[in-house]
Design a protein around this ligand. Structure first.
Ligand code: PEP
Ligand code: MN
Length: 337
């Protein structure tokens, strides 16, 4: 249920209403828009038949949200959500490019890549310190050491950093070092992890599971918002299909679908989405043309020596060229980069 307040509703009217909602055993989620305030009412709504909220002073109308996801829906919030990542705004006019290695491999290499991607115009540095690998024998990431290198790269370049959170027990550590908590495709339905990041205020990038529908992605995002954290961006990173030429099938139609269904920013990952560096530029350009709010791209100066995902990593020079091309595409669709 959403309660739309009148533009002239007073603070004390809002407070009164919020207390009433709580006393009914429901959870009020307040969204203050430019013109008016909206209160999302979460919980067992049947009680509202006995206690209609329409009669409260300051209330304009009460509407049911038909979608199973409530707080992430466009019905709940009409305007686009802009997530502030330490000064970098994701979801506004500017298309935000996050770039860096798949894994943090060493201090020197990370600093080298960070400087290169910054020079080309990336706004956020990516790099995994905890890696979800298919094989337990593959490189699992440098852990806290990797997080320290990310922090140093941030200090040296000014780029905020995004890194993956795989385990609730690592949350305090990541809260200290990361600007965006990445929830990987394999953890999209790790509901306890989602609840826990929902209790923080850190920006979260939730990646779509490789076998998950758009609705399931939105339901997972709902776990985060319903626990109080509205700083969420969604990431399409390719889904499993019968196609074998690419590692996954990058679902670009998820962009207009998500833009219609939700107010949250939409990020595209053409690196994991294709699994081959040669296909990355075309998909990155198509994503910006289709209305993506951001991209996350893997970059490595020696892909053949990378500890993970070298095959899909762009050389810094190729990334630089892509950024130049993206500027033109962004301009053509009324965006900046
Ligand atoms: C990654 O970003 O390096 C990663 C592991 O992504 P995904 O969870 O989409 O596979
Ligand atoms: Mn990777």
């Amino acid at each position: 249920m959403i309660v739309v307040l009148r533009p002239d509703a007073t603070e004390s009217q809002i407070k009164h209403l919020v207390e009433k909602i709580k006393s009914l055993g429901l959870k009020p989620m307040i969204s203050k828009g430019v013109e008016r305030t909206i209160i999302g009412v979460i919980g067992e709504e049947d009680i509202l038949r006995v206690q209609p909220l329409e009669i409260f002073p300051g209330v304009e109308k009460v509407m049911a949200i038909l979608a199973p996801y409530k707080l992430v829906s466009r019905e709940f919030r009409h305007e686009n959500t802009v997530v502030n990542v330490d000064g970098v705004k994701v979801g506004g006019k500017k298309v935000v490019v996050m770039a860096g290695p798949c894994s943090v491999e060493s201090r020197e290499l990370l600093l080298h890549i960070a400087k290169a991607v910054k020079k080309s115009g990336a706004a956020i540095l990516r790099g995994g310190a905890f890696k979800p690998r298919t094989s337990p024998y593959s490189f699992q990431g440098l852990g806290e050491e990797g997080l320290k290198y990310l922090k140093e790269a941030k200090v040296k370049t000014g780029l905020p950093v995004i890194t993956e959170l795989m385990d609730i027990r690592d949350l305090p550590l990541l809260e200290k070092y990361a600007d965006v908590l990445q929830i990987g495709a394999r953890n999209m339905q790790n509901f306890n992890l989602l609840k826990e990041v929902g209790l923080t205020k850190k920006p979260v990038m939730l990646k779509r599971g490789m076998s998950s529908t758009i609705k399931e992605l939105l339901m997972s995002a709902e776990y985060i918002l319903s626990n109080g954290n509205f700083n969420v961006m969604l990431c399409e990173r390719g889904i499993r299909t019968f196609e074998e030429e690419t590692r996954f099938t990058l679902d670009l139609s998820a962009i207009p679908a998500l833009k219609r269904l939700t107010h949250l920013p939409v990020i595209i990952d053409p690196s994991h989405g294709t699994g081959k560096w040669g296909y990355v530029p075309a998909m990155a350009k198509a994503a910006v043309a289709a209305g993506a709010d951001g991209l996350i791209i893997e970059v490595h100066p020696k892909p053949e020596e990378a500890f993970s995902d070298g095959v899909q990593s762009l050389l810094p020079d190729n990334f630089d060229k892509l950024m130049k091309d993206l500027k033109n595409i962004a301009k053509a669709v009324g965006r900046d980069i």
